[in-house]
Design a protein around this ligand. Sequence first.
Ligand SMILES: [Zn+2]
Length: 94
Amino acid sequence: MEDFEEMEMPTPCSCGEWFDLTDGFASLPDIQTTVCEECHDLQLEIEGLKEEIEELENDIANGYNKRENKKQLNCSKKDLKKLEDKYISRVSGF
Ligand SMILES: [Zn+2]
């Protein structure tokens, strides 16, 4: 993803931070958008949790370690909600 030419362009992130476009990251939900490092980190966490939740749901559907996995699934969903709220308030609260 490092083929953003040599632009030294200050770019506003949707969270209100400015960053040099060359230091930006492709946004995970929408790769046409470039976001700052902090938003990127948050997006990575959210994506990681989503994957975890998907795996847990698969395991549960397959009857694997159901009890533990359901508990874990509940926790992960709560964490995901928190992170998503954090992200939403980050990008809409400036
Ligand atoms: Zn940002």
